[in-house]
Design a protein around this ligand. Sequence first.
Ligand SMILES: NC(=O)c1ccc[n+]([C@@H]2O[C@H](COP(=O)([O-])OP(=O)(O)OC[C@H]3O[C@@H](n4cnc5c(N)ncnc54)[C@H](OP(=O)(O)O)[C@@H]3O)[C@@H](O)[C@H]2O)c1
Length: 256
Amino acid sequence: MIQELFSLTGKVALVTGASSGLGRHFAKVLAEAGAHVVASARRINHLNELVTEINTMNGSAIASQLDVTNQESINSLFEKTVESIGLIDIVVNCAGIAETGKFLEVEDSDWDKVFEVNVNGLRWVSREATRRLIEARHPGVIVNIASVAGIGAAPGWAAYATSKAAVIHLTKTMATELWRHDIRVNVLCPGYFPTEMNKAFLSSEQGQKYVERFPPRRTGELHELTGPLLLLASDASSYMTGVVLSVDGGHTIRLA
Ligand SMILES: NC(=O)c1ccc[n+]([C@@H]2O[C@H](COP(=O)([O-])OP(=O)(O)OC[C@H]3O[C@@H](n4cnc5c(N)ncnc54)[C@H](OP(=O)(O)O)[C@@H]3O)[C@@H](O)[C@H]2O)c1
C-alpha cells in the first residue's frame, strides 16, 4: 500500500525547534503519519500548545524543553524520553538561528552564536541519538534542516550561510559513516518560507523585490514541505542517504 510506505506508526520522532515555524509544522506532520512525537525547543509554553493541538487531532506527542547548545539539556532529554517512551528512531534537526552580517563586518560573537546552534547543536543531538541507536543495534533516520543559503552564496549572511553549508557537508559525512549501522542521514534545504525568522525581511520592500526573482515569484507555503519531509523520514527513502533535497521553487537553479 502506498500509504504504508510513508507511515511512521510505532516510531518515536524527535523534532528540535518545534516551538515555531518549520519545526512546529514538521512535528504535526510526523504525528499525523503515526509517529509519537517528542517536540523540543526552549519555549515550553509554545510546545505545550502544540502538544495539545496534536493530541486533539488524535496524534501522540509530548513536550520536552531543550537547549541544543547545552549538552546536559540534550542528555537529559534522551534519558527522560528513553525511560518513558523508548528509543528515538527519527530525529529532525530543525533548531536554528540566523544573524545578518557581511564577511568583513560580522561580529565574532554572532558568528559563534550561529555556529553553536546550527552546527554544534545539530551535531550534539545527532551524536547522542546515533550512539544510542548503534548501542541498541536499532535502525534510525536523521533529517537535517539546512537551507538554500548553504548551497548558493548569500551575501550579507556570512555566518548563517556558512553554517548551513557545514550542515550539508556534515550530513554527507554522517551518511557515509552511519550507513553500516543502518542509520540514514539526509538534508532538506528549504528556500524561503515565512516564519518568525524572516518575516521582517520578507515584508520589507527589499524582501518583496527579492521574492519576485524566484521562478514562481512567491515564497513557499509550509504544506509544500510536508511531502519532502515525510519522504526523508519514512521507509519511502530506504535507499537514500546523504541526499541534499532542495525545496525552493527553483530558487537555487536560476542564474539571473
Ligand atoms: N523559514 C525559512 O524560510 C527557512 C529557510 C531555510 C532554512 N530554514 C531553517 O529552518 C529551521 C527553522 O527555522 P524557522 O524559519 O522555522 O524559524 P523560527 O520560527 O525562528 O524557528 C527556529 C526554532 O529554533 C529553535 N531554537 C533556536 N535556538 C535554539 C536552541 N538553542 N535550542 C533549541 N531550540 C532552539 C526555536 O525555539 P526556541 O526559541 O523556543 O528555543 C524555534 O523553534 C532553521 O534551522 C532555519 O535555518 C528556514
